[in-house]
Design a protein around this ligand. Sequence first.
Ligand code: NDP
Length: 386
Amino acid sequence: MAKILCVLYPDPETGYPPLYPRDDIPTITRYANGQTAPTPKGPLGFKPGELVGCVSGELGLRGYLEKLGHELIVTSNKDGPNSEFERHLPDAEVVISQPFWPAYLTKERIAKAKKLKLAVTAGIGSDHVDLDAAARAHVTVAEVTGSNSISVAEHAVMMVLSLVRNYLPSHGIATYGGWNIADCAARSYDIEGMHFGAIGAGRIGLAVLRRLKPFDLHLHYSDPHRLSPQIEKELDLTFHPDAESLVGAVDIIDVHMPLYPSTEHFFDDRMFAKMKRGAYLINTARGKLFERDAVVRALASGRIAGYAGDVWFPQPAPADHPWRTMPFNGMTPHISGSSLSAQARYAAGTLEILQSHFGATPIREEYLIVAGGALAGTGAQSYKLT
Ligand code: NDP
């Protein structure tokens, strides 16, 4: 019998289950790159469209795991030495966590987790796991690659429009009884004709570029691996060999590169100094890619015109985190990849990974980040060890 330790975000403050505004969600069976959506065997343990990413939702896993005789612990209490997470960690064979509410698997915690064999990210982005330490301890790390790429891409597109058109302040004026059109319009532009640059043109970055094409922007990107000539032609893309050359050429900068040790604080005062005055920044990748106070300084000085995103460090962000209150921000808690539509896929993908683990069958290559003591699968393409 194995112990599965699952860390999920807390239930809604209004109680669980919520009253759902809709009765169903579209069924997505395949992603843009041809990869199939998760295909677990047998019943799912939830109805797609239900809130399963929070503690009471349990990713719908309890029935499957208990039928096999395993023990499932679900908690949101994840930080500090007295947390429920630390208490159960020494006995856990499997840890499941989410980027939205990450249970940071540091090297110290991995050293304590003597029975740990598998760390699953119910979502995408396994930077909350010390991948070097996981590789050394021969812990397999897997994530549900592709499960929420479009969810994040849609969120990024929403943030591009809401920042440039000054949507949030204008909505605030309407909500609080105002009607000063000039106050709304004084920072509102069209995106048509602007230059837009994606840093990282993988699953999410490319999906954003495709979605913005009909808006008649000039599209740019930088990525260590160049896209195919067909895609560059189809989207009329300008390629930049590095992020430095891109940031000075565009009006809107959209970040979709992974966080690993050498990309930490990639965006600092030096990078902001290279940007056009009044550039907009969107970051749905990871908070630590940006130096926290450099963002605040760039907004306060007018070097950039707006910053929006849903990723912070640490998570949850403390109540006094300056990104909550800095001017011209469009921040949300980390929600872009946890829409109800995304949850249906990452919960099904988590079940599929567990079925492989307990059935002793190979985990899909595209879900692997670390296996056999080294980066593997998607991890070998997207991450670097120190
Ligand atoms: P992919 O691996 O498909 O794409 C990432 C791209 O970034 C790859 O093409 C990679 O290049 C490129 N890249 C790596 N290093 C650099 C660099 N230094 N400069 C420019 N580009 C670089 O990942 P996804 O698109 O699926 O996800 C991207 C990130 O988004 C994830 O790492 C995760 O942190 C975040 N994410 C956030 C979510 C949210 O809810 N907000 C949900 C899902 C993901 P190559 O592989 O060619 O070397």
